[in-house]
Design a protein around this ligand. Structure first.
Ligand code: AMP
Ligand code: ZN
Length: 464
């Protein structure tokens, strides 16, 4: 079956053909590490996780790159407000981001390049753009000349005639009605404090858009398969990435652009500036699991807006419970007398799951198929008309689905974590670091784990 994506560049659903057979190169715009990401941001990353996992399910070898924007207007502003170095400030939010990825069971990309590690690559690109006449300098600032790039506006469908010639914009983010020459390099000024690089372009720092052009091409080559982000990235960020990259290389940058719609709250985009946001941590504190958040964010098609509510989270938790109960009950079932219908149920489910996801990642269709499968196999199990061989086939099928969905509770992983924490506590006690030992025990208690110190060592059990 052919995999199809709706390509934002053409506006139509297209069959997916990678540049190199069997391999996919994917760039996903990553977080600006100036705060804890909110669950609106995570909607985009969960969508990209679905894309990643399904490409692997289809047998593609994948290279995914996600950048970390650790230098821009916002990181500078907020690190200075706190009075700490840019590095120390962004490191805190990088760490939190990776922790949250794990909580949401988002698979790791192959590379996470940080912008501050790639300044020379950005400088090289800007120099090339200047040589080719696409960039110009004003008082140490470098701007991109959008007039010179005939295709400017092709992603965001801009009306070129309406553009103001000669206007310039210094900030990284702006609206379509102020489309203008944008900053590639910003000369140092006082409000940047000690954040600057001395380069051939002078003393300063890069603009946001050049970061993604330079890092994507470094790790994925000048022409790669898929580039994604939230719909708000389409303009100006992705439009500018195309302009920078294609002007530099003289050929096409990316074949397929996929954009994820907003997570909304009472009709408005969830965002930091509106103040209507929840971080993942806020939601965990309310007693919801990371998996419930994953389910909620995943279950709506990525090109549809998703309205966030706690009621929706309750429904997601209930669906997850049904899913995991199915796996547990089936695993414990000894097998009965086959009535011969399981093979048909399994084949239909596998075909339906793929057919739905092949269609531009139609996840609601795919989940419909999975829950029909659960209902049908549950019926065979409770009627005792499922053999042990069919039970095993059904378990294999749900495991296969789970490589894409990532909903199964992993008991073993949890056990490993507990064992590891107990070992750390024993070590702390040996070193007479009782404060750490107590802290670890409190953390374990919060996880519902009870410890017993016995002469044979520490034993643990789960609170029931
Ligand atoms: P930022 O850290 O603001 O650059 O955003 C990181 C990613 O989250 C980008 O891909 C944004 O498009 C995406 N994003 C931000 N807010 C939302 C939202 N409410 N719903 C979905 N995606 C969002
Ligand atoms: Zn980007």
């Amino acid at each position: 079956m052919a995999l199809k994506f709706k390509n934002s560049l053409t506006g139509v659903k297209e069959e997916f053909t990678p540049i190199q057979q069997g391999k996919v190169r994917l760039y996903t715009c990553g977080p600006t590490v100036y705060n804890f990401a909110h669950i609106g941001n995570f909607r985009a990353y969960v969508f990209e996780d679905l894309l990643r996992r399904y490409l692997k399910y289809k047998g593609y070898e994948l290279t995914q790159v996600m950048n970390l924007t650790d230098i821009d207007d916002k990181t500078i502003r907020d690190s200075q407000a706190e009075g700490i170095s840019l590095d120390a400030f962004t490191q805190r939010y990088k760490d939190a981001f990776f922790e949250d990825l794990d909580t949401l069971r988002i698979e790791r990309a192959e590379e996470y390049p940080a912008a501050t590690d790639h300044i020379p690559e950005m400088v090289e690109m800007i120099k090339t753009l200047k040589e080719k006449g696409f960039a110009y300098e004003v008082d140490g600032n470098y701007y991109y000349r959008i007039d010179k790039f005939d295709d400017y506006g092709k992603l965001a469908n801009l009306d070129r005639d309406g553009m103001k010639a000669g206007a310039r914009v210094a900030s990284d983010e702006y609206e379509k009605d102020s489309v203008s020459d944008f900053a590639l390099w910003k000369a140092w000024d006082e409000k940047d404090g000690d954040v600057y690089w001395e380069t051939e372009l002078g003393k300063g720092r890069p603009g946001w858009h050049i970061e993604c052009s330079a890092m994507s091409m470094k790790y994925l080559g000048e022409h790669f398969d898929i580039h994604t982000g939230g719909v708000d990235n389409m303009f100006p960020h992705h439009e500018n990435e195309i302009a920078q990259s294609e002007a530099c290389t003289g050929h096409k940058f990316v074949n397929y652009w996929l954009h994820c719609e907003y997570l909304i709250v009472e009709g408005r985009k969830m965002s930091k500036s509106l103040g209507n946001f929840y971080t993942l941590r806020d939601i965990l504190d309310k007693g919801y699991s990371g998996l419930a958040v994953r389910y909620l964010l995943l279950a709506t098609h990525y090109r549809q807006q998703l309205n966030f509510s706690l009621k929706g989270l309750d429904a997601a938790s209930a669906a997850l419970e049904r899913y995991n109960d199915f796996v547990t009950n089936l695993g414990e079932f000894e097998g009965g007398e086959s009535d011969g219908s399981a093979a048909g149920v399994i084949d239909k489910a596998l075909a339906g799951f793929e057919e739905a996801l092949d269609d531009d990642l139609n996840i609601s269709g795919a989940l419909g198929v999975v829950f029909d499968f659960i209902r049908d196999i549950n019926r065979l199990r409770t009627e005792g008309t499922l053999s042990s061989a069919e039970r095993d086939k059904a378990l294999e099928t749900i495991e296969k689905f789970d490589t894409v969905l990532g909903f199964a509770q992993e008991q073993e992983q949890l056990d490993d974590k507990v064992e590891q924490m107990i070992a750390q506590r024993t070590e702390a006690k040996k070193n007479k670091d009782f404060a750490t030992a107590d802290r670890i025990r409190d953390e374990l208690t919060a996880m519902g784990i009870i410890l017993e110190d016995t002469p044979q060592g520490v034993r643990w059990k789960r609170k029931v």
